[in-house]
Design a protein around this ligand. Structure first.
Ligand SMILES: [Fe+2]
Length: 459
């Protein structure tokens, strides 16, 4: 379809531009009746061939919703109608540049970047929000996926909002931050479950970095300042905006959520895209995430720096760090039973196995389940032609124990060039899937998604 040698425009990275809906999808197995709601997924899907060199992070956000009810499944997908995409639709061509290249002909009346609205999608305040870390969220209608517009927390936030906010399990508060290439580089926010902004605080990160994720505990918000450094003076100079500068090392700031005081920890340079969770134990902060030795944004593989499961133990008394790699299997897109966000967890779910050795479909080969108590690692695979995206854990009910529920993920079948949404029983992780919901087309490799129960979905 595309003769480009750009890996982000080929295979299952290639855009899927049809929007539509399908009812009564074919199901192999049986969907649990408890799964009453929607799995929303989002990812980049360039509507127009970019003018400059395309990077995966640049593509227009498309939402894919798997709506489950009474053992039946429907599907709907739609682009987020950002102002940028609407302008491009009107022009009939790409108007914006991307992360690694700006277009040759810039229109004087458009900014260099558009809000791609492509990274994560959450249910919050009875709304559906599509997130992108360099701008404001977009609010969508949960049932039709129509775009309502930018969501600015009642006019209180105008700057960027991370794509990885956390929910405080104690009260439903939204805990989040924004980062930008000019001071203040990092700003912490807290909003009530009703969307009212309750707290804003600047964090002194010293250098402007790309900070994709952070992590919280009951009493701390933890910011990893990895040295992927912005150089906005390079804009328009044909040089990269983001440079890996290991000489800065990585600094970890633990902000006391009550006082705002930040304790800093120093380490050698490394990079983290995503954290699994963090919790407090014996005067330390325990942080689980996926650690890379360096950041390489040039290819679809991890450039010899695969993300490895890592645990940091940050001693709040003496400022020391103890850390260890959990095991030898690489993985990304770590997800938790989020009722335990900020509290001690036992299990983590990942998409894993760096697929460098596979012929034409970079990506993951397996879903992984880690038991941090016993060290046990379980793996679910479906054959060489199947590759999964991010796993999303859904508890059986509000009172069920950790890990008592299902792991939902969209898998791509390269043999049929189609995708399936597959439900695993988390406690029988290696067993046969509970249900396989089949589409007649593929869902391009995307980033993140979340389960939103039907009771929280508003039309
Ligand atoms: Fe992410």
């Amino acid at each position: 379809m595309y003769d480009s040698d750009n890996p982000f425009l080929n295979g299952n990275y290639a855009p899927w531009r049809e929007e539509g809906e399908a009812y009564d999808l074919e199901i192999e197995g049986e969907l649990p009746r408890e799964l009453n709601g929607a799995l929303y997924r989002i990812g980049p899907n360039p509507h127009f061939m970019p003018a400059g060199r395309y990077h995966w992070f640049d593509g227009d956000g498309m939402v894919h919703a798997f709506i489950l009810r009474d053992g039946r499944a429907a599907y709907r997908n739609r682009y987020v109608r950002t102002d940028g995409l609407k302008a491009e639709m009107k022009a009939g061509r790409a108007l914006f540049g991307g992360l690694i290249e700006q277009p040759r002909e810039m229109s004087p009346d458009v900014p260099p970047f558009k809000n791609a609205a492509n990274t994560n999608i959450i249910g919050f305040n009875n709304r559906l929000l599509a997130l992108w870390e360099a701008g404001l969220p977009h609010e969508l209608k949960p049932e039709t996926l129509e775009t309502i517009g930018l969501y600015d927390f009642g006019g209180k936030i105008s700057g960027p909002v991370t794509a990885h906010p956390k929910f405080d399990p104690a009260n439903g508060d939204l805990l989040f931050f924004g980062y930008q290439p000019f001071p203040p580089y990092v700003t912490w926010y807290r909003a009530g479950r009703d969307g009212k902004l309750l707290e804003t605080r600047a964090i002194e990160s010293k250098i402007p970095v790309m900070m994709h994720d952070f992590i919280t505990t009951d009493n701390y918000a933890i910011f990893f300042v990895c040295p992927s450094v912005f150089h906005i003076e390079n804009a328009g100079q044909g040089k990269p905006l983001l440079i890996w500068e290991p000489q800065h090392g990585t600094r970890i700031g633990a902000m006391n959520r009550h006082t705002g005081d930040v304790k800093w920890f120093e380490d050698e340079a490394f990079f983290v895209f995503h954290f699994l969770n963090a919790y407090e134990e014996n005067g330390s902060l325990v942080v689980d995430g996926c650690r890379m030795k360096a950041l390489d944004m040039t290819g679809t593989s991890f450039g010899g720096n695969p993300p490895m499961p890592w645990r940091w133990n940050l001693n709040l008394k003496d400022g020391s760090i103890r850390q260890n790699q959990i095991d030898e299997v690489s993985g990304e897109f770590p997800r938790l039973d989020e009722r335990l966000a900020g509290r001690k967890h036992r299990y983590g779910y990942f998409a894993g196995g760096n697929a460098d050795e596979r012929t034409n479909e970079p990506g993951f080969q397996a879903l992984l389940k880690r038991d941090y108590q016993t060290g046990k690692l379980e793996q679910h695979t479906l054959g060489a032609n199947f590759a999964p995206g991010e796993p999303v854990f859904v508890p059986r009910d509000a009172k069920s124990a950790e890990d008592d529920g299902w792991v939902l993920a969209v898998w791509y079948d390269s043999a049929l060039n189609r995708s399936e949404m597959i439900v695993l029983d988390a406690q029988n992780f290696t067993g046969k899937p509970v249900a396989r919901v089949k589409l007649q087309h593929r869902v391009p490799w995307g980033f993140h998604g979340n389960w939103v129960p039907a009771v929280e979905v508003r039309g």
